[in-house]
Design a protein around this ligand. Structure first.
Ligand SMILES: [Zn+2]
Length: 68
């Protein structure tokens, strides 16, 4: 479930203007690195960010918060 939420999306293609854009705050639980990304919320409330993994190679242990 969690890995699914980190699926890569195509970079460079703008999503529909009507879709919800949100800021995503991601904090690595291993090294504490923080990432602020722009995500897109789809109709199911699933947020797509394109984020894959941290600099420390952690790809599953994150605190993820939606900012807006
Ligand atoms: Zn990390």
């Amino acid at each position: 479930m969690r890995s699914e939420s980190l699926t890569v999306q195509e970079v460079g293609s703008e999503p529909e203007a009507s879709s919800g854009r949100v800021k995503i705050h991601i904090r690595c639980r291993k090294c504490g690195e923080v990432f602020i990304l722009r995500g897109v919320r789809d109709v199911r409330g699933h947020v797509e960010t394109g984020f894959r993994r941290c600099l420390c190679d952690n790809d599953r242990e994150f605190d993820i918060e939606t900012l807006g």
